[in-house]
Design a protein around this ligand. Structure first.
Ligand code: ZN
Length: 73
């Protein structure tokens, strides 16, 4: 079942909610505000490609993925 984390920009309250209908309007349970932001899960962040820059480059001397072109040892 889809459980999403939400953050209320009105009162800074964070809460989790089961969402059966994606078009459902989510309101903060604390202040009843609808100014809530759905927070991305850790899985969604890792698949966004934010962490690939450190893993793909093996050369410390240049931006190439291998050191065969720059001779840095
Ligand atoms: Zn709130």
């Amino acid at each position: 079942m889809p459980i999403f984390e939400y953050h209320c920009s009105q009162c800074e309250h964070e809460f989790e909610k089961l969402v059966f209908n994606s078009s459902e309007k989510i309101a903060c349970p604390k202040c009843k505000s609808k100014k809530v932001t759905r927070m991305m899960s850790a899985f969604a962040f890792s698949s966004g490609g934010k962490f690939k820059s450190t893993a793909s480059s093996s050369c410390g001397g240049c931006a190439a993925t291998s050191c065969s072109t720059c001779g840095s040892k």
